[in-house]
Design a protein around this ligand. Structure first.
Ligand code: JFZ
Length: 432
């Protein structure tokens, strides 16, 4: 595409991501599944060096454990994710209440998870996988059938392509990268592209310029004007894309005036790592989702399938529990169809608040903070409004609301409902 001088904060879409119908599904989605799956998964997080010592990592194992390219290529030859079950994965996401899936189509190791025509470093041509299968096509079919949006992570940074590191040959790499992205768009019609690796390409300096990012975004929007694109397109994120991507953290909202999505692991690894059993609880996941959606963000929660393509049981268990909480007697009302409430109320220490339309607030009280009998929670109002009534979802409990100090005291009649959080629905008359 034509080069345009992108300034910081440039979005190459012609519409406003906050209000465009193009991004409506993304703004409504709130909760998605990230999948880190690639040639690195074959190691399952452990590389045994020639001297017998073991080095542990996940999707960065080639770099972090200094695996020689020949050894890594040999491992990739064995890669046979025969148990990858797209329908089961999409069902797990759907039952968890996730509305979209973003899978690594190519991570930093450069290995393409679809039968790209641009090289042979891919799951079709360099693996032990059935040549009749294409996991991205399988995911697309399953996602369409179950009403789930599908997006692709794509690393701009490439450790494998020999043309990547040199100034002279970088344009050849970029041409192949553009062709790969066109393949992804033409063959799988993704709803979203999630770039990464723009932050450092260390060979020896970041070759990915701001202008490269601007051109790439323009190119992609030319191929598919409907795409939602994250902000890791241009060097150091000076090209905004549609939304910001804080990682492993929950910021206030909005982030730099953008839509945002917080991505997090379920344990401490993105790719599968058999040694990593430090799982977050379903309670933590639910509370993170409430915190994030109450601040107008999306939550992209990662799973890392093992070398056969199976999502770890510990991950599936947690997704199941989160889905059960969301679907129980309307608890999902606190998440779906909401926007942030940060314009009306202060973010409470006892939980999270979201707003739906003009006249409803959902105050989610994290279970340990549920008040003891006779005690009240304080809700700080940033602007004056009236509370007309309040009730606890999924409970016969009532809530007495009184004006107090800089806001309201909420006094529930009974105990919390089971699970991560209890939701108080407030009917309000907003400030005029
Ligand atoms: C990147 C990848 O390197 C990592 O393997 C994983 O895919 C993750 C989702 O994204 O890691 C990052 C990217 C950006 C930052 C930190 C780690 N950052 O900006 O702080």
């Amino acid at each position: 595409g034509p080069a345009s001088a992108a300034g910081p904060g440039t979005n190459h879409a012609t519409d406003d991501p906050f209000t465009s119908s193009r991004t409506a599904w993304f703004r409504d989605a709130k909760f998605g599944m990230f999948i880190h799956f690639g040639a690195y998964s074959q190691y399952e997080g452990e590389y045994t060096r020639p001297d017998g010592t073991v080095c542990r990592n996940a999707e960065w194992i080639k770099r972090s454990c200094a695996i020689p390219t020949a050894a890594y290529e040999t491992a990739a030859r064995q890669f046979n994710p025969s148990a990858f079950d797209a329908q089961a994965i999409v069902s797990a996401a759907k039952n968890a209440g996730q509305k979209y899936i973003v899978i690594t189509s190519k991570h930093h190791d450069g290995y393409a998870m679809w039968p790209t025509k641009q090289n042979t470093w891919n799951l079709r041509d360099h693996s032990s996988f059935s040549p009749d299968r294409d996991i991205l096509a399988e995911l697309k079919t399953a996602a369409d059938a179950q009403g789930i949006k599908l997006g692709f992570y794509y690393s701009i940074w490439d450790w494998h392509d020999p043309d990547f590191p040199n100034a002279d040959t970088f344009p050849k790499y970029r041409t192949r990268m553009y062709a790969q992205l066109k393949e992804l768009i033409d063959n799988y019609d993704p709803a979203l592209l999630w770039f990464d690796g723009e932050w450092d390409t260390d060979n020896p300096v970041n070759r990915w310029s701001r202008q490269d990012g601007a051109e790439l975004e323009t190119y992609l929007r030319g191929l598919d004007p409907g795409l939602v694109i994250n902000n890791r397109v241009g060097k150091r994120r000076v090209v905004d894309g549609d939304y910001g991507t804080p990682e492993q953290t929950i910021p206030g909202a909005p982030v730099d005036g953008q839509l945002w999505e917080s991505c997090m692991t379920l344990n401490n690894s993105w790719g599968y790592a058999k040694h990593d059993t430090d799982w977050k609880t379903a309670t933590t996941v639910v509370q993170n989702l409430l915190d994030i959606s109450g601040r107008s963000g999306n939550y992209l929660l990662n799973v890392g399938p093992d070398k056969l393509g199976r999502v770890p049981a510990a991950s599936l268990d947690r997704l199941d529990d989160v889905g059960r909480w969301l679907s129980t007697a309307g608890q999902g009302s606190a998440v779906y169809g909401t926007g942030g409430a940060t314009g009306l109320v202060a973010d409470p220490a006892w939980g999270a608040v979201a707003r739906k339309g003009h006249a409803k607030l959902y105050a989610s009280v994290f279970t340990p903070s549920w008040p003891a009998a006779g005690q009240a929670l304080h809700l700080t109002a940033k602007v004056p409004f009236t509370v007309n009534s309040a009730r606890v979802l999924n409970s016969s409990g009532t809530v007495t609301v009184t004006k107090a100090g800089d806001g309201f005291d909420l006094k529930p009649s009974g105990g919390p409902v089971d699970g991560a959080a209890s939701v108080i629905e407030l009917s309000i008359t907003p400030p005029s």
